[in-house]
Ligand binder design. Sequence first.
Ligand code: F6R
Length: 607
Amino acid sequence: MCGIIGYTGTKKASEIMLDALELLEYRGYDSAGIALSDEAGRGTRITKCAGRVKDLRALCEKEDVSGCCGIGHTRWATHGGVCDENAHPHRFGKVTVIHNGIIENYRQLIEKYELDGKLLSQTDSEVVAAVLSRFYEGDPYSAIRKTVLKLKGTFALAIMFDDIPGKIFAVRNVSPIVAANTEDGAILSSDVAAIVPFTTQYFVVPEFHVVCLSRDGIEMYDLSGDKAYIEWLTVDWDVSRSDKGGYPYYMEKEIMEQPQVIKDTILPRIKDGKPDLSAEGIEDSMLAECQRICVIACGTAMHAGLVGKSLIQAMIGIHVDVVMASEFMYNDPVVDDKTLVIAISQSGETIDTLEALKFARKCGSPSISIVNVKGASIARASEHVIYTNAGPEIAVASTKAYTTQLAVLYLLTARMAIARGLWDEAQTQSYMSELLRVPEVMEEVLSAKEEIHHIADTILNAKDVFMIGRGLDYSILLEGSLKLKEVSYIHSEAYASGELKHGTIALITEETPVIAVVTQDKLKSKELSNIKEVQSRGAKVILLIKGDEVLEQEKIWSRIFRLPVMADEFMVMPASVVLQLIAYYVSLDKGLDVDKPRNLAKVVTVE
Ligand code: F6R
């Protein structure tokens, strides 16, 4: 949460930072601000306000924002409401700070350093500026070291000192910072997206290391003051993928990219017609020897895990738990060296998932993470990582990251079946050829997007929408419902259709829209009966069903979308795309900010 940018070089820093903050805005968009370091000895100047980056841009037009070195921030409020004072940067004495994360002991620090009455904001971040200022006697490294040792919590800090113009210092714990050289200086950010316009070479600042950016480049030291080695990485996605590519919103662009990114995710991992995870260092023995699996993830990623559970339990026959990472620690988790832990995360930074993964590793569990962002904390904390090659996902609502997570879970399930000797050549071939059909089937759904748009019109003014299905259909509806809630603000609930009659059916009234998904042959007759139950109570049913399905009963739907046909276990792929498009069009037609729904942020680094 919160986007961080820092630039020092020969160009106008405010322009670079404002452009970068727009790219980072999906991380948080309550308020924004920049601070410029002044080589003319005028100290550090701060411009900040509650609101979006466009409001900051307007403010910058009225103020003196000259200077070639600065730090900038876009905020997702945690401590302190949304107001100008709480916007970052924060300044105390000669120190200016921007912060991403949460300082848990900020109250104790206020008391210890007698800061009560001396702070201008209600944020934990200003406390860090004050503590840094207390320790600063001309040596930035010493002040940072002493401060960091006093902090409890998570932080990515970018810091400037009034009397060291042209230099930016940064340090982090858990919350991410990446840094890179530019042709005229250096840049840092909480996310590679802001660095890509300048270079494809970057590095992830290791935890508890201090980096110093200047026009001459970057230096890095560990907390004991020893120079540290920088491990450079290369951005390996197409740079053009980080703009909107002519679409009105990133969400639409990212939905449309799915056939390509699914190919990018699966093709490099198929050798001789078989799934191959050897490049990830995943040995068959690991997949063959585990006795159970525990998937930890949050939100959409957790919903991907639920699909994975159905696949693995059906095809491998071992027990799979899917645990919300935020609840993991409160249920006295039972994981051991026979439990393969799979952590799923687009950002690779979700703190609940990261902490749960670390706990499982301490218990001796072998681990694989499925992550989109290269070098992210969860990727580094797990034994093996399978990257979803989805490219940058900018819209807050996850779409292509979800389906590429599913694609990886299909590969993993197949490799596990082979590793355990469960499949013969013919079974492997038929499964893999179906997996390879996913991109073209998705294309088919995407080419029907106007038809789906018309279907979305029918729920535009709904107050509540219910979604019903069983088994795999239910798993994807949980995700479809989350998508609709987050981008359209329509209350929606996914219900296992058999469970509906145990209470929730009381909420179905005349005209309530109910989206029903029927893609599993073995569940079809029961699912159709459940649809009749809601229809006979007046519900308006939107039915998503396999294209070749013959419906013998009387008409049970108000709207129908016929999905391209795949083997049942793969039907989640086309059906998910339809649900994504329904959510997208409802949000679009309501005139909402599709990519930045209220109260949300793309990366959740607070517990
Ligand atoms: C919803 C969404 C969230 C994330 C969740 C986990 O569209 O994107 O529910 O899935 O916050 O985030 P990651 O995958 O980054 O761990």
